[in-house]
Design a protein. Structure first.
Length: 266
């Protein structure tokens, strides 16, 4: 009887946890399904293959009204890249990468687009462990990490069952060590999923969309000119409280204010 209560208790915990994950995923859906796209994806793909990149980009933009999708952002980025609109290409590649961070094709095309931007960004060297951790987190999306956490949570339940109720020492040891491994993976998968979800919900990065923009010391045209950024440059939004101006931060720590109209959030 105690076996049954043990399993029921763990299953109830698993069910409530799965419901919480499902609710979190539902909150990430930013667009309503009430919009009906005028075109289908095949129309955009056909236009792209025929070299009509303007029509293709219009079709993909129309489809994205109905909801975000990594593939659509990727195709839209390709269309803008082919038509020479590098800033828009970078913006949509970045959006695609947010939804599917482990996609090597998106990352490669993003780097290709960045290479054509005026501003060349020199990456700051990182400690090996930090770089490795970021790469590990970016291997999967928030959904994939959540699924991974659920799978290993189930394995944890099975391991605990063998540890507590098995009558042989070997099975108890197997249950103990496999339980430890499963618990570690569950914790890490949840942390990684939370990191990915934070990136999706915060959206505190933006792309410069105008040919150039003067970064000023204060949120005013009369503010001191600090430096100039060009289209395609990725910046972090440090202060978004004002409507007409945003305070931004660069990789090297430089900060300043730019007009809201000159940037677009990823």
């Amino acid at each position: 009887m105690k076996h049954i209560f043990f399993i029921l208790g763990l299953l109830i915990s698993l069910n409530s946890w799965c419901n919480e994950l499902e609710n979190d995923q539902t909150e990430l859906v930013a667009e309503s399904e009430s919009f009906a796209p005028t075109f289908t994806k095949s129309v955009g793909d056909s236009a792209y293959l025929n070299g009509d990149y303007i029509t293709a980009s219009q079709v993909y933009e129309d489809l994205l009204i109905d909801g975000e999708a990594s593939e659509l952002y990727y195709n839209l980025g390709n269309s803008y890249y082919k038509s020479g609109e590098i800033a828009k290409a970078i913006l949509n590649y970045e959006r695609a990468l947010l939804l599917e961070p482990g996609n090597a094709d998106i990352r490669f095309n993003l780097e290709m687009a960045k290479a054509k931007a005026v501003d060349k960004v020199e990456t700051t060297p990182e400690i090996f462990f930090v770089s490795w951790t970021k790469s590990l987190i970016n291997m999967h999306s928030v959904t994939s990490w959540a699924i991974c956490a659920i799978i290993f949570f189930i394995l944890l339940i099975v391991s605990l069952y063998f540890f507590f109720f098995s009558k042989t020492a070997l099975l108890k040891k197997i249950g103990f060590f496999s339980g430890l491994v499963s618990l570690l993976i569950v914790i890490l998968a949840n942390i990684f999923a939370a990191q990915q979800k934070s990136r999706l919900t915060q959206r505190d990065f933006a792309i410069v969309m105008t040919p150039n923009v003067v970064v000023r010391s204060t949120p005013s045209e009369s503010g001191t000119s600090l430096f100039v950024l060009h289209e395609g440059r990725k910046v972090q939004i440090k202060d978004a409280a004002m409507r007409e101006w945003k305070e931004i931060k660069l990789e090297d720590g430089k900060v300043g204010w730019v007009p809201t109209s000159s940037i677009e959030e990823i």
